[in-house]
Design a protein around this ligand. Structure first.
Ligand SMILES: Cc1ncc(COP(=O)(O)O)c(C=O)c1O
Length: 401
């Protein structure tokens, strides 16, 4: 069965009379290499890896065209215009006064996780991370001969019914040889935006046990719940400065993951130098197109981001309507990002929801065990609403009452 062409009434997000953005058209991504769209046969709707099916903001596309027109693509370098733009973005959205020199622009956030584990833990020493978690957090220590250490997030509960950070479990998992904590805020895959009290508790333990913490905040610009504004760990806990690496990127927010560009924000000079010493010779220079895209995104992408957030909220509401009719399937509404962490443990698909949905609904989710949890799967709803509706209807056929 071929993927349906999406038609129907025009769905354009309108930010002002002058600017409209198209979040409706399903762009054929199989005509170019795409990990999301080429892993599965053509009849499968891919709702897995964390990239969206939307074109990037027009301002980003224009900036890339201008950069292409220049025609020379030799090695890049630091770019003070971008550094100042990120300083402004940070101040405006998060009230965090970062400095240009704190910024280490790199070809990706996952490479930065590796650099941190390499720089701040010796061979055989421990790198701690929660579960469930974005799979590279679990893989990074083993790639480098460091010891993977994990602790479980607490199951949904409390007054807001959300996944929880249990500080006692975190502390119990810290071994004498633990050196680095890989943290994710907002959290992939649960979509949690951690509260100040949780983050302050975490900061206390990080200090008490003399750890370096990497706060991967790639999803921070995609907060869906206006009651839960993102607070960077570094803004909330300035006392962590000498042991904190914050990861930011335009990749998730503005859908430019293929341009391989991220930023490690490191306030402390010594920490930064130790981090950069490991980058040298191991990572390539930052992608020159990614730098152009990042500058345009942070400088001019805000109206597009606001329109995107509305589309994502609408998509989440649609998903929730369907989940309500799937017996035994539970979803704790993500507070941020376009990823939904679905709990199938009490459903008919409990054994292997990923495989059953792939086979019977021809919809590809991300398998829970990759994140450290059986019985779960992650669904990416960052796609035009009609495509999501088609996938959900297919899932109704397998899961519905
Ligand atoms: C929390 C988190 N960190 C890192 C990445 C990947 O970053 P990059 O492509 O820059 O390596 C992702 C992608 O999904 C992510 O969700």
């Amino acid at each position: 069965m071929a993927l349906p062409r999406l038609g129907g009434p025009s769905f354009r997000s309108q930010m002002s009379d002058a600017v409209t953005f198209d979040f409706h058209t399903l762009i054929d991504r199989r005509q170019h290499p795409s990990v999301k769209w080429q892993r599965y046969p053509d009849d499968v709707l891919p709702l897995w890896v964390a990239d969206m099916d939307f074109a990037s903001p027009p301002a980003v596309i224009e900036a890339l065209k201008a950069r292409l027109a220049h025609g020379v693509f030799g090695y890049g370098n630091r770019w003070s215009e971008l550094e100042h733009t990120l300083v402004e973005w940070s101040g405006m959205h998060y009230g965090w006064a970062i400095e240009p020199e704190w910024q280490c622009w790199l070809p990706g956030a996952v490479p930065a996780l590796h650099i941190a584990a390499l720089a701040f833990a010796e061979a055989g020493e421990g790198v701690l991370t929660p579960r469930p978690i974005y799979p590279p957090f679990l893989a990074t220590p083993g790639h480098l001969g460091r010891q993977l250490q994990t602790f479980e997030l607490a199951e949904p509960g409390g007054s807001d019914g959300q996944w929880r950070l249990d500080l006692e479990r975190l502390e119990a998992a810290i071994e004498p040889n633990t050196r680095v904590l890989l943290w994710c805020h907002p959290h992939n895959p649960t979509g949690r935006v951690w509260r100040a009290d949780e983050l302050c508790g975490l900061a206390e333990l990080v200090q008490k046990h003399d750890l370096v913490v990497v706060s991967d905040e790639l999803h921070c610009d995609l907060v869906l719940d206006p009651q839960r504004p993102h607070q960077p760990l570094g803004a909330l806990c300035p006392q962590l400065a000498e042991r904190l690496i914050t990861l930011w990127a335009p990749s998730k927010t503005f859908n430019v993951a293929g341009l391989s560009t991220a930023c490690a924000v490191i306030e402390d000079r010594t920490l930064r130098q130790r981090f950069l010493a490991k980058v040298e010779g191991l990572l390539p220079h930052v992608n020159v197109l990614g730098i152009a895209a990042a500058q345009a995104a942070y400088a001019h992408g805000e109206p597009w981001r606001q329109a995107l957030l509305q589309v994502l909220r609408d998509n989440l509401a649609l998903l929730e309507q369907h989940v309500a009719h799937w017996p035994g399937v539970h979803l704790v509404s993500p507070q941020a990002t376009y990823l939904a962490w679905l709990d199938f443990r009490q459903s008919a698909l409990a054994g292997d929801p990923y495989r059953r949905l792939l086979k019977q609904a021809r919809v590809a989710l991300s398998p829970g065990p990759d994140y450290g949890r059986e019985g779960f799967a992650r669904l990416n709803f960052g796609t035009p609403t009609a495509a999501l509706a088609e996938a959900l209807q297919r899932m109704d056929g397998v899961l519905g009452e």
